[in-house]
Design a protein around this ligand. Structure first.
Ligand SMILES: [Zn+2]
Ligand SMILES: [Zn+2]
Length: 240
């Protein structure tokens, strides 16, 4: 099993990432991917792309080197009501939107506060993915929140790079995986790559899902038809 689309990647528009979109797509093609999403950091992060970056995403062609390029952002959850740091007029033009907790953009709070933030975020129709949910500093009420993702039009991310450096991410996501399987919640497996060299590198996340006997049909991006269906079921459908 491997992914066909990597829906969380960064380009040089985020200053601690090292590839242009052409380089990212070129390596994605080399690594056998059909699609990548370009999800640079939204303005609440220090290394974020300027807001003008997001205004101009329509200049990116749908296909580069034969790879479907979805334009979007990794937005920041900036308060415990679940608001994010890009306005609706920009979000509605995007193909794919990730929303994540980053300590640089929101002070880690209590389990209850994180839980409230996620429930608030779930009400935002423009968000597709809850990015890297696992770290210890942003724990939430897993048992209560995970089932709420079912039929929400949003996916829980298994973020491979997070497993390597965010404390608790891997262990907590093992528990989240079991809950997703139990409640039929769909997930997406992404690299969060910050350089062309590790686009599509998600083995550590796929291994974890295999270890818990995760149902493959709940992973939206390991099958192209399933992934296309997810895009067409979006709040604003995306044509592949
Ligand atoms: Zn992130
Ligand atoms: Zn990221």
């Amino acid at each position: 099993m491997n992914i066909v689309a990597d829906t969380h990647t960064h380009t040089i528009a985020s200053s601690h990432a090292y590839g242009t979109i052409i380089e990212m797509a070129t390596y994605a093609a080399k690594h056998g991917l059909s699609c990548i999403a370009m999800t640079d950091h939204a303005p609440a992060m220090d290394d974020a792309a300027h807001v003008w970056h997001f205004f101009n995403l329509h200049l990116i062609p749908n296909y580069i080197e034969g790879v479907r390029v979805l334009t979007g952002a990794e937005t920041n959850i900036i308060d415990y009501e679940g608001h994010i740091d890009l306005p609706e007029d920009l979000l509605k033009k995007m193909d794919w939107v990730v929303a994540s907790f980053h300590p640089e953009a929101i002070k880690p709070g209590t389990v209850e506060q994180h839980t409230e933030a996620i429930l608030g975020m779930l009400k935002n129709p423009y968000i597709d993915v809850f990015g890297h949910p696992g770290p210890n500093n942003f724990k939430f009420d897993y048992d209560y929140v995970v089932p709420k993702f079912k039929d929400s039009g949003k996916y829980i991310e298994f973020n491979a790079s997070s497993f390597t450096f965010r404390a608790g991410a891997k262990e907590n996501m093992r528990y989240v995986a079991k809950l997703c399987a139990k409640h039929g919640v769909e997930v997406v497996v992404n690299s969060d790559s910050h350089s062309p060299f590790n686009v599509g590198d998600v083995q550590i996340a796929l291994d974890l899902l295999r270890e818990v006997d995760f149902p493959p049909e709940l992973i939206i991006n390991t099958d192209l038809e399933r992934f296309k269906r997810a895009l067409s079921n979006r709040h604003i459908p995306v044509v592949y």
